[in-house]
Design a protein around this ligand. Sequence first.
Ligand SMILES: [Mg+2]
Length: 353
Amino acid sequence: MTNQQNVVAVDVKSLGLRNLLPPVTKSLSPTELKMLFMKRFEAEKGDNKINGLVDSMRASSPTRIKSSSPSIVHHPSALSMLEQIVGASKGKQIVMFLDYDGTLSPIVEDPDQAFMSTEMRAAVRDVARYFPTAIVTGRCRDKVYSFVKLPGLYYAGSHGMDIKGPSKRCKNKKSNPGILFQPASEFLPMIDEVYKALVERTKSIGGAKVENNKFCVSVHFRRVDEKSWGALAEQVRSVLNQYPKLKLTQGRKVLEIRPTIKWDKGRALEFLLAALGYGNSNDVLPIYIGDDRTDEDAFKVLRDRGQGFGIIVSKVPKETNASYTLQEPSEVKEFLRRLVDWKKYAQGGGAAP
Ligand SMILES: [Mg+2]
């Protein structure tokens, strides 16, 4: 998003990640933090914002492929750039970050049916054997775990507001296998209340689905006639107006209500790198694969750090902070497989294939 909130974002960034992590969090007064976050929220609410969100959602959720505008940049395929990617990892630890919907699983009409294939699960399991791997998703952590079912991974649910480490395996002494970080836990009762209000207010709109993701509520537009998108967004706005501590964001055919704290997939990525002992290290190559606008926060963190690569999953060229593209989940699977093949070969004493 490009508006005056960028000014606020710079202020937030200047606080640094450490200021958002315990125990340093205690040194920041809640009033200071609230003032900062309220600035951002004020810039995001209002009728124009709702209209903008719906327009933006249309643009990022194409039902048909449109010709690309001159401002849209095409990025090379991560498959064709694999040699350069592994070349850049020399002497560094690759850490994998994977979005779920649209990255590991296809986008389907019913979000409860967004299962990943057995082959994809095998590819993710193999990658996690060689590289620390995290699933970073807007979904509730428990829900995404019920899809992925791999205990050796980090899971960052609710856009990184609910982070848990692997239930086994701990290579780095600095990492904590049971780590659980919930920067917005005080919002839990409010989120539950909003979920119930939204279920009530949207039940008259055909196809609308409200999902409680614990630290955020998702209102899915996937099965709603496009003519009713404005009406549905209006219902969401009317509920949200009663909750100034919550904000609205937009993804692929989804509006999401979240706490106003500056915490997103980019912050989750930074937190996880720090948890793995790579907070201020150059010996790491993070690779983040995602398909959504919310993944752009993570792509931007990688760009700003000058570390690693963002890979956007998309069949159409998009404006993005990612470096490379993969067209669809099947290409993600292929990329993960080739990365594992390279690592196996390299460990066996051979050169990268
Ligand atoms: Mg996604």
